[in-house]
Design a protein. Sequence first.
Length: 319
Amino acid sequence: MRSAGGTGRRSVRAKAPGKVNVSLQVGPVRPDGYHSVASVYLAVSLFEEVTATVRDEPGITVSVSPESTLDVDELEIPLDERNLAVRAAALMAEVSEHPTGVHLEITKRVPVAGGMGGGSADAAATLVACDALWGAGLSREELAHLAAELGADVPFALLGGAAVGLGVGDQLSPALATARLDWVLVPADFGLSTPAVFRELDRLRSEEGVDAEEPTDVEPGILAAVRAGDPRALSHLLLNDLQRPAVSLAPGLRNTLGWGDSHGALASLVSGSGPTVALLAEDAEAAALLADALARRGTPAIPVHGPVPGARIVSDTLL
């Protein structure tokens, strides 16, 4: 890996993980329109990659790599300032002394609009890549402040591992977990809008006269199970307040959740705002068997494990 002493015609590649919300409690809607949450995040081994390359012309351009494992032709990925990676590069340019024009090539692997923070992973990888490309030399704490400006899940994609998230999910406390947990991810062939899922949660609560309490902490047993890497203990504690509204908007998710429960998964839940379903497995072998069984019925499935590290540089090359 080369030093960041100069830009030249350099290309820096970084990767950042997607996540599963092992636990997600959602409070009432706040005056600012957001919801406070108490969540346990787990970074899993499905990574987005961003390659940042110096370009002669000023400005930021972006493309999606043909090496992506997602069907990029079917995805509606904005290639302008609506893209979180573009916003991350623009933010990094503001704090760098010698920014250049940059092209971002994104390799997509995390389901889009799937409740796994794929766009946030793109932003975290971009921050790390552009920091190296432009020699900004920001500390992880400084990068985390920038990440928080971009979105609630970006700081965790930067941090990785396992963590408790409070506030809107951006107030992170590392859980110091190293023991492995195995999962099978079942992506949907459609996306769900996160704001729409939160609105549906509010609607269901209002319809039922439920007054949600402001969450202030997570269940200690969940943290203990994650730290110990104990899937059986964790299987009884998984929680996601957004699962019911996600299923309300996409009733077909019930079939996937039920299939997992009846074919050897220790537990099944919608990840974040969905529609990706995460099946908790006993171990790596059980996860592989689950994924194979899903593949035989024509359902794409991805065995993953966590926790894994957050955003980091993969390569730094002079072209």
